[in-house]
Design a protein around this ligand. Structure first.
Ligand code: SF4
Length: 976
């Protein structure tokens, strides 16, 4: 009992004393049973993992662990483990899952020969797409050095709307980039979030917040996960959050509950927008002497209208000088006759008709509740505000003796993002947070280093067709943030440069790429054919595709000569997922307990509000002899292919392997993958020379490095002089200029002007002009998800969403014996009133149909769901035979995938027989939650199994029929 409550390591929950000669060890590393990256302690007995618990000394989870984290031990024992490289048997069909085992040397030789040929002829024929990995700085570097723009990770089908919508508005976003300051908030509003990426820290923060008397409101169609402990659940119809947010803005502005001093000094709300028609229409008026026309990257030369002197003046520094009084409302005329208005006036005009009554009809939330919520938000932010005694100096030299707290915090995730209207919905949230003054303020939203970024970030995506040359690296990273049509990745005739069409006129701000477009486009050869597709940790033949049956057909589609349209498919994974059967070459990966890995400031660190944090994984056990970390595979391939960053001036190999690469690679002088223990002797941090003992020092320090910023650099970092200078000096920012919040986006307007034919530069193709002109609105707005226009809503009246359960992360642990005891199949959760109308009893089998497909599944009545919505857990359902589950396993017989009902493409409005990705028209984010459904009971004589069913594939060589062991605890004894 007391042992459980103490901080002392427990090697075995039953507490048996070690037998004579038994060796007990505790090794620290970083969990990867989900993306949260908690610190863990792995307890070993004679080298065998016996137990995993949370590391109390780790800043992220402080010893807390979840069901997934403690079940990592069973991942090691999974029968589905791939243990040797595999090659599709000659003459066998792709998808049949018939393989021969080969050596790693042969696997490398196959890839080296193929990739060298592609690189020497047409590098874009190689495509590298990865799933939920945490090493995009390395995979992106590999693609860039190889010379292919065809690279992305999973963000396009996950939450790019959340990232891009916020970054283009406030310079940061949620989770890795920032989050709610629940330590000082009094009111917390969570939208569209069930189980989060920031899992344990969110649970810990919520527990503290509630104990301290904070009020927690959850806005969600479903009351699960965090919402279960909310003080109030506000059910909302999926895809309508933007309407709620616009109505809240309406009410806050109508009742004067906005932070006017904040808007005037720290946002572009007072800056003057040109109203006259023409090529400057809707862009900011600017002071030519202050530099080129503003485009997001030249933001500091705009004008404001000063009430005090009744004239236009430079926004900075004149407009914020003592005595100046920039107008937020009104219409004005500049000296040259140009008609202008402050951006805030345009926002007022925009939300004028967005009344609570209007929003109520869309969202299903009573108008009175919306009005009351606005009042609550405004009153808490403005009337319950307080100041911290922390002095700081802003970017224009003004000393602020205190730091203003705004104790209203928000958090949002895929519920807002995974819709085709998600970008503008997230923009609406960012603007709402901005008018309340909550950005990087105590009690509000707080950034995490290296954020905030510039608006627009100084990272252009690769967009130079002339740089696509044999044996030549790209001159820019494949992914980035376009600021104007000039930065799109298109050919002179407007054709997309990338296989996924990201950064084309179809999805101009596709900052994370569009993995969900790759199979369809590659299978059509649109805009060109590729040769080799390398997938890492991406289950594209199942739960990572919107319509898995279509994806499986695309993976096997042949051309008129009988050749596969995707000639070579290499898959790297640790387990026999559904996608493995389709591979031509299988590369068996390691688990997170068997490899070195970094959570880097160059990529996705684990920073906290008060400063940057990075961390590593180190092996606690050796991998099976036939497995190799994908990181090592990439460094090996890069070295064999002599990619310049991996090759010495003499043409030799620069890095002996991944560990060597991590220590010695420098993105800038002194800036490497890891910021801790730098300098030759490890005495420097953040920036410094490579340290040959850096891995040892991380290992000796709980695998984590944390840097606490001084207090005067912990807030208001968009404008904090000391922080901006510091961040630039440490290589986190290219410039040290302030990041004004974009209430109004001139970047979006530049695309709209092109679509309207009002500017002389690049123009979208005719069939996309209306689309760009409509959705690239410089102010947020709500529109119905695009799928609605393609759907007979009376025939398909229900919305549907999926959620990630707390006990499993996507499909990762369907093979985990402990976690399968929590979930081995899923239900469709339906409100009792809805189920009654459909005539479906609790627990009964039913058909769920969309216009794209149908699924037979079991229904569970639940009052924790909005009556017009049905929902289920994602990725619990499995294809028969995958993951080495028995053919009659619950996962394939009772479990189901909602994905079968979702189409990856929609009809292109106005273009007969044409289709376009089912994605947000701004960012390309997959519209997972836009599908509409209907329900009917299954017939009594139908089989009690889910539909559709897949033909089982053979077990991959090297996998096992049964787990090599079963670790179980019984009262008083342990057994294996
Ligand atoms: S929240 Fe995620 S990273 Fe943390 S212990 Fe659980 S599974 Fe591991």
């Amino acid at each position: 009992m007391f042992k459980f409550l103490s901080g002392a390591p427990i090697h075995d929950p039953i507490g048996r004393r070690p037998a004579a000669g038994e060796q007990l060890e505790v090794k620290t590393t970083t969990c990867y049973m989900c993306a949260c990256r908690c610190g863990i302690r792995v307890h070993l007995r004679d080298g065998e993992i016996r137990y995993i618990d949370g590391n109390p000394a780790h800043p992220i989870n402080k010893g807390v662990i979840c069901a997934k984290g403690s079940s990592g031990i069973m991942k090691q024992l999974s029968p589905a483990r791939l243990t040797q490289p595999l090659l599709r048997k000659a003459g066998s069909e792709r998808g049949a899952g018939e393989f021969e085992t080969i050596s790693w040397e042969r696997a490398f030789a196959i890839l080296e020969e193929r990739l060298a040929r592609i690189r020497a002829t047409d590098p874009k024929q190689f495509a590298l797409f990865t799933g939920r990995d945490q090493m995009q700085a390395l995979t992106g570097l590999f693609a860039r050095q190889f010379g292919t723009p065809n690279y992305a990770a999973h963000g396009g089908f996950c939450s790019v709307n959340m990232a891009a919508g916020m970054i283009y508005s406030i310079g940061g976003s949620f989770w890795e980039f920032g989050g709610p300051d629940l330590e000082r908030a009094k009111l917390f509003v969570m939208l569209g979030t069930a189980e989060d990426h920031h899992s344990n820290p969110m649970k810990m923060a919520l527990a503290r917040f509630k104990r301290d008397g904070g009020r927690f409101i959850s806005v969600n169609p479903v009351r699960t996960g965090y919402s279960a402990i909310a003080d109030e659940w506000i059910p909302i119809k999926p895809g309508t959050d933007g309407a709620l947010l616009m109505a809240l803005l309406h009410e806050l502005i109508r009742t004067g509950r906005v932070d006017r001093p904040f808007l005037k000094r720290f946002t572009n709300a007072p800056q003057l927008v040109v109203l006259d028609e023409g090529e400057r229409e809707g862009l900011f008026a600017f002071e030519p002497a202050g530099g080129p026309a503003p485009d997001g990257r030249h933001p500091h030369n705009k004008l404001v209208w000063d009430h005090a002197s009744n004239r236009a003046m430079a926004a900075y520094p004149e407009g914020i000088a003592e005595g100046a009084d920039p107008a937020l409302e009104g219409h004005f005329t500049l000296a040259d006759g140009t008609r202008v208005a402050p951006a805030f006036q345009l926002l007022i005009d925009r939300v004028r008709d967005c009344t609570p009554t209007w929003a109520s009809a869309i969202t299903g939330i009573p108008a009175e509740r919306i009005a009351l919520l606005a009042q609550e938000l405004g009153d808490t932010a403005l009337r319950q505000a307080f100041e911290l005694p922390i002095a700081w100096t802003d970017a224009w030299g003004k000393r602020h003796e205190t730091t203003q707290a705004r104790p209203v915090a928000f958090h949002a995730m895929r519920g807002l993002a995974a819709h085709s209207n998600g970008f503008q919905t997230v923009r609406a949230l960012a603007v709402l947070m901005s008018v309340l003054g909550t950005i990087d303020a105590p009690g509000g939203f707080r950034h995490k280093a290296p954020y905030p970024r510039h608006i627009v970030p100084n990272y252009r995506a690769f967009n130079s067709p002339e740089q696509l040359q044999p044996n030549t690296p790209l001159n820019a990273a494949p992914l980035g943030f376009p600021a104007s049509p000039d930065e799109l990745a298109i050919l002179p005739d407007g054709t997309p440069m990338r296989i996924d069409h990201a950064f084309s006129w179809e999805y101009p701000l596709a900052a994370h790429g569009m993995m969900h477009n790759v199979l369809a486009n590659a299978a059509r050869g649109d805009p060109y054919r590729i040769d080799t597709l390398l997938l890492f940790m991406a289950n594209m033949a199942w739960n990572s595709s919107m319509d898995p049956l279509v994806s499986r057909e695309m993976l096997t589609r042949r051309d008129e000569r009988g050749e596969y349209m995707i000639p070579f498919l290499a898959v790297c994974d640790s387990f026999q997922s559904e996608t493995v059967a389709f591979a031509d070459l299988v590369l068996p990966d390691t688990t997170y307990l068997e490899r070195h890995d970094v959570m880097s400031m160059l990529d996705r660190p684990i920073s906290e509000f008060d400063g940057p944090v990075d961390s590593v994984r180190v092996p606690v056990v050796a991998p099976p002899p036939g497995c190799k970390p994908f990181q090592e595979v990439l460094v090996e391939l890069a070295s064999r292919l002599k990619l310049p960053a991996f090759t010495t001036a003499q043409g030799g190999r620069k890095f002996s392997g991944y560990q060597d690469f991590i220590v010695n690679f420098q993105a800038q002088p002194g800036v490497g993958f890891l910021m801790g223990w730098r300098g030759e002797d490890g005495t420097e941090s953040l920036r410094g020379a490579p340290n040959p003992k850096q891995w040892e020092m991380y290992t000796a320090n709980n695998c984590v490095f944390q840097y606490h910023l001084p207090e005067d650099m912990q807030y208001m970092r968009n404008w904090n002089r000391a922080y901006l200078d510091f961040a630039q000096a440490k290589g986190w920012r290219q410039k040290n200029d302030p990041v004004q919040l974009a209430i109004y986006s001139d970047c979006l307007q530049s695309f709209r002007l092109a679509a309207q034919g009002k500017t002389g530069g690049r123009q979208p193709p005719e069939h996309l002009r209306d689309r760009i002109a409509t959705y690239f609105d410089p102010l947020p707005f709500w529109y119905a998800p695009l799928e609605d226009a393609a759907t007979d809503r009376s025939a398909y009246p229900l919305n549907a969403v999926t959620q990630r359960p707390m006990a499993m992360y996507h499909s990762w642990d369907s093979q985990n014996a402990w976690l399968r005891q929590i979930h081995s199949h899923n239900y469709l959760h339906v409100h009792p009133a809805t189920a009654q109308i459909a005539g479906i009893a609790d627990g009964a089998w039913a058909w769920v149909e969309s216009q794209w497909g149908r699924v037979r599944c079991r229904v569970r009545h639940s009052e924790a769901v909005e009556p017009g919505t049905v929902w289920t857990w994602n990725a619990i359902g499995k294809a028969r035979g995958a993951w080495r589950l028995a053919d009659d396993a619950d996962e394939s017989q009772q479990g189901f995938l909602l994905n079968h009902l979702i189409s990856s493409e929609l009809p292109m409005p106005g273009v007969p027989r044409s289709r376009i990705s089912n994605s947000d028209p701004v960012t390309g984010q997959a519209g997972w939650y836009d599908v509409r459904l209907r329900l009917r009971p299954a017939a009594a004589d139908e089989p009690e199994e889910t539909f559709p069913q897949m033909a089982a594939v053979p077990a991959a060589p090297g996998t096992r029929a049964r787990a090599p062991g079963w670790l179980a605890y019984f009262a008083g004894r342990s057994a294996r």
